[in-house]
Design a protein around this ligand. Sequence first.
Ligand code: ADP
Ligand code: MG
Length: 908
Amino acid sequence: MDKHYLQPLLEPEVIVVFAARHADPNDQTAQGRALTEAIRAQRFTGQIRFLDIGFTGTLAELSKTRADLAVIALPPRDIAAALEVAGRMTCRAALVVSTGVTADLAAQLRKIARREGVLLLGPNSLGFQRPRLNLNASAAGPLARAGSLGVVCQSGALTAAMLDWARSNGVGFSLMVSVGPHTDVDIAQVLDYLANDPQTQSIIVYLEGIGSARRFMSALRSAAIAKPVVVLKAGRKQAGNEAAQTHSAATVGSDEVFDAALRRAGAVRVRSFVELFSAAKCLASRYRPVGPRLALVTNGGGPGVLAADWINEIGLKLGKLSAPSVAALKAILPEGASVSDLIDVSEDASPEHYAAAIRAAAADKDVDGILAMHSPKVGVDALAVARSVAALLPTTWKPLLSCWMGDATVGAARVLLNDAGIATFRTPEAAVGAFGNISTFYQNQRLLQQTPPPLTTLAKPDIEGARLLIESVLAERRKVLTEMESKTLLSSFHVPVTQTLLARSPTEAMMIATQLGFPVALKIDSPDIVHKSDVQGVALNLMSGTGVREAYVDMMERVAGLVPGARINGVTVQKMARARRGREISVGVVTDDPFGPVIVFGAGGVMIELIADRAMELPPLNQFLARRLVERARVAETLLEWRGANAVDIAALEQVLLRVSEMVCALPQLREMDINPIIVDEHGAVAVDARIVVDGGPLAHAGSTGQFAHLAILPYPSRFEQVLTLRGGGTCQLRPIRPDDAQMLQDLVRGLSPESRYFRFVSSFNELPATMLSRFTLIDYDREMALVAVVRSRTAGPEGAVVRDRKAAEDGSFTEIDRIVGVSRYVITPDQQSCEFSLVVAEDMKGRGLGARLMESIMEAARERGLVEIVGLVLRSNAAMLKLMRNMGFEVKRFDEDPDFAKVTHAL
Ligand code: ADP
Ligand code: MG
């Protein structure tokens, strides 16, 4: 159970190599030669046999030549034959490093591999390196040093350069895999392996593009739960879609969406491979979550200012000492020191002065991390300062980084710091950037923890009405909704809009305006005009019926002159939103390839393109994510008290974002949306302009099906929530597990008898290790499901139980305590057809039918997911479980690999 399915590929014991056509060593491709040399350059810990393709044995002989992995480096015409032979040898994995393989041949190879049950890495892969096994099955150069970094690269181009850099900088790897463009085993699978590999402490991903965003996101998220993941992807400054029909789509570039996706997946993105390694290294030493405030301890003003500038530039904050620390430190430091801003210990600072300053920063609650900087000065011993800084590392849990500037004179100091485990950098920018990565990592981990449901708990939207409207638009072969239609759609999801009605004549406009009440706004209504005000198609603040008539006529004339071909439906009449000090913001939706719908937030108004202020986030959103999204936009500053206006109603804005998220989840046809502007003030928010684009064509991420196939991140599956009545009375709630269940899950495990714990985990721990706990609670609902049974009691519960509802407890005389009393779970097996389950029930709840109910529900979820079989391994000594399995119609079979277990299976 604890072996990863990629083990035969990445930890082989026996390897066969096909690198020559005949026994003749001259008969090799360049790759064949390179690979042979690479493999032979060190002693692999397992066995290796070199075969040529002429190797023919009888079938019996072939199957006696057992091997885990076949490495194939033959010219394209011979690969298929070699793969067949590998299959007959019952190799469970094959690596094809041959290049120049066409997509057609690659497809044929995949077919053979699937038929023979062989995992296939390649073709056109640079192979992999596993330094601890002394295995270099790659055409990417000499074997790297052993270390704790796991690397997966999408392309060969940079792989060799990266390895080269790592070699000359003493960076070591646990595993390096280059997957190549046509490979069957893909980045997502390797990520999954690295997440589970005990030798890997942090993961590096080098990416070029993404096939299926859903698969990628799900693999990345589950890896980032387990360990730090750093991603390098070349960013292209690329404008948005030219053919866009909304502001949002025209201004959003795909690289920004990629950024948002990585952030949400809990990963950290860097821009160069120098930064890649320093980030991976810094993150491997786990800190407590840290904020953005970096204190600078320096002996020179100039470098300190440089660092402070960079802190500003990349959105961090300068960590400043609190007043008492300032006073205390001032008393100790030399005359020239100044400590209220950056902590300049002066050029005369001694090692002790440095130590005092760092200690003060480490103890100060306004500081999240410390950068110790040193510039060379005649008479100051850089090494002694370094030594005193290094000695402080064990006394602080805050990130402590260093930057010893200069060259020859500080080499020894850098070595000393490095050996002490303090990250050292040559430039202030690099050091500040590294702290930025640490801080970002913890921020992103919080985003990763969010599992929003598709619909909020706010008032129910009219989804049916919305769908009908979209269908009627599509039936007319239109894609762009008019302003009125767009606002109607928003209204069905309870987004407040200005009341808007269409007039087809000046008189109609006058009548509508009179009924709505003055002042009103008139706007041209045309599917062909994205910017109404650009063509003078907006008239504001009209105060009378005659004014409206005139404005109507003028507007029609002007627009007809400025955009001759445009189709004009008429003019909409709407009430003026009269917020004197209202701020204009915009909320939009764009559809990205490959990530699908993305929600955009930023400054609004007619100059949106110029202001170019937008933050984005992938749906689904919850309140936490909505708030972060608002904070990331520059316009956020103006939403607080600003230029004499009161702070706006941020909650109202968040509600709009949550509603837009609901729309995106429920309406897969929604492709683009601009709500621009939304006018928001202290009393609320109202949308005064909206434009929505729909499309009936399919939009589904490869490998995902069902209601939310259009989303890169599957929403929290709230549809599995139900209330169960238990045998013997009482009820419990059944629902998918959530990250904030960690404490309750731990309590359940602690409360189990040692025997039950052993039955479930086949291990003798008393509680779940932290990594297991997070992996069990923050799950990817696409590849696994865990249902928890929760009982709420009104008495004092067992110690450590989580008090859910303190308010109820305060109001009444009781304490409400939630407790998880059972968990059933399935994890999809790599074949994507079946799943493996587990089940656990609290001691005091046994015999009340809970186990069976948990099993039934998890099987129902697996069935809905399209799986065909559910499988489990049960210890033979677990009689109660075997009885339950038989009662539920499971087939109980021998498990050949381990006689202590029985294998139980049930078709779905
Ligand atoms: P477009 O974006 O197509 O140019 P809008 O409908 O957004 O047209 O109108 C342009 C500007 O006019 C808005 O940014 C807003 O400042 C103002 N405006 C439009 N409608 C209203 C309204 N109902 N109440 C108050 N101001 C409005
Ligand atoms: Mg507008």
